[in-house]
Ligand binder design. Sequence first.
Ligand SMILES: [Zn+2]
Length: 206
Amino acid sequence: MSREIKTAKSANLMLCLCCHHLNPTSALRCETCDEPVYIRRRRSYERTLAWLLTAMILYVPASIYPVMTTIAFTRSQPNTIVGGVIELWQQGSYFIALVIFFASVVIPIAKILVLAWLCFSLKIKLKTHKKERTVIYKYTELIGRWSMIDIFVVAILMALLQLGGILIVEPGIAALAFAGVVIATMLAAEAFDPRLIWDTQDEDHH
Ligand SMILES: [Zn+2]
């Protein structure tokens, strides 16, 4: 099923992640741009798992503690992320509710699940769907670069709600935990080395 694909590593070459020049594996620094080069990102699997675990742990306070306290008509109500989404939905702000729901629930959880699955596929030395897994990682990393938007979306929308005079919104402790989730997920994606996906066939020859 899986085709034999020659990797740079199997040809005694290693890619510079900075300028994409192929260096001999004996090199310590890139021949063209002088950046340090590695055959694979150091301790990639362990670092990815550690950051994923951090993100998962931080997601607990991010979801159970209030992310904002809405004050309307002298009624003060602390809201969790999901509680806030439900509140906005009930007020008829369907679009804002959906944007916050995607930015703060769907996308972060999807990123964590995808990276956890990629790690798991390395652990069980999965030999199929290598190209698909590489592409999935590429998109996860691409989305990851825009992760800070998750926080900005929530912050800007809170400001908009305040300007609208509908509500007074104060940030809660979960906002900080959520920022931690986003940062830990970005670092997990950064630590993951997609080239490890292609190493399973190399190991077969040894
Ligand atoms: Zn280079």
